[in-house]
Design a protein around this ligand. Structure first.
Ligand SMILES: [Zn+2]
Ligand SMILES: [Zn+2]
Length: 334
């Protein structure tokens, strides 16, 4: 089968034929229909995850059941893929927190991912796609919607709170939509002026340029109080520092983006403001199922994430598109 392969860090993906994976007991063979390309794929390419190479990236995917263990989903069923192999038995898995399972393995990081014609996954990782949701939308729903939905759950967002989203890419743009759906007031911030159009289209109440003036601007917009919740979706240390300064008393600063370097932080700010600093790691199956339902009901729009569809052979172009402000998401169609 054809796959996009990372053979050494810092080099382009190589498009080549590799053997089709064989499902193990309890696993399903899935023919990949669509795979979104994400900032964390580039983090992987740069060596951030310290994967064992070679590896096939790709963790935001949908497909069709093609064989393996017979489950509730017979061959031909359209499925969204949950990217984490998890044990199902540890205390995290037992409480619906499979995203932090003690023995978690990530598709496209720890085992071969969906930038390929086929993947194998445990049957528990398949989620049926509602009939009115297409394959490409279902793929981007997993990470691009599941991740911000999970982050807003971690933040315990309440109706009427002010949510500041820093970084308006695939994750950030969806965070705006979901925060609005949950009744928040949303301020979007980005270094790219082009992101303003995306932010407003997603329902942001305000847009500000992400620079040293960000804390002052946010406070001006919130009666001097700051944002109740900040979703840090940009990998920049400066953006993290500016965001921390814009956080209200009692606020929650949620780290969503992987940082390429350590970030210095004054912990006294948390103490005096009784604030919380949280990490939000990926998403759970429940997050994806909820997001798929909202897309099916027309309450969330993924059209802006599905405009750029490329064949697998153009995987490197899809990675390069992460730097373009006019493309929110690229999706590969193996
Ligand atoms: Zn991702
Ligand atoms: Zn577990």
């Amino acid at each position: 089968m054809l796959a996009a392969i990372l053979r050494s860090y810092g080099t382009p993906l190589v498009i080549a034929e590799i053997p089709r994976p064989e499902p193990r007991a309890g696993e399903v063979l899935v023919k990949v229909c669509a795979c979104g390309v994400c900032g964390s794929d580039r983090f992987l390419q740069k060596g951030g995850f310290r994967s064992t190479l070679p590896i096939v990236p790709g963790h935001e995917a949908s497909g069709v059941v093609a064989g393996g263990t017979i489950t509730a989903f017979p061959v031909g069923t359209r499925v969204a893929l949950y990217y984490l192999r998890h044990c199902g038995e540890c205390r995290y898995c037992r409480t619906g927190r499979e995203n932090v399972c003690a023995s978690v393995q990530r598709m496209g990081v720890d085992f071969n991912g969906a930038m390929a014609e086929y993947v194998t996954l445990p049957a528990a990782n398949l989620m049926p796609i509602p009939s009115t949701v297409d394959d490409i939308s279902a793929a981007v729903v997993t990470d691009s919607l599941g991740t911000p939905l999970h982050a807003l759950r971690v933040a315990e967002v309440q109706e009427g709170e002010v949510v500041l989203v820093i970084g308006i890419g695939g994750i950030g743009s969806s965070a705006i939509q979901i925060a609005k759906l949950l009744g928040a007031r949303v301020i979007a911030a980005s270094r790219s002026e082009a992101a303003a159009d995306v932010a407003h289209a997603m329902g942001a109440d305000d847009f500000i340029h992400c620079d040293v003036n960000l804390p002052r601007r946010v406070k001006e917009m919130t009666d001097g109080l700051g944002a109740d919740i900040i979703l840090q979706c940009a990998p920049s240390p400066e953006a993290f520092a500016w965001g921390a300064e814009a956080l209200a008393t009692g606020g929650r600063l949620v780290i969503v983006a992987t940082a390429l370097e350590p970030v210095p932080f004054n912990t006294n700010r948390l103490l005096w403001g009784e604030q919380r600093l949280c990490g939000s790691r990926g998403f759970t199956r429940a997050d994806v199922i909820q997001a798929l339902r909202w897309v099916e009901e027309g309450r969330l729009n993924v059209e802006h994430l599905t405009r750029t569809v490329l064949p697998l052979a153009r995987a490197n172009e899809a990675l390069a598109n992460l730097d373009r402000s006019d493309i929110v998401r690229s999706v590969l169609r193996p």
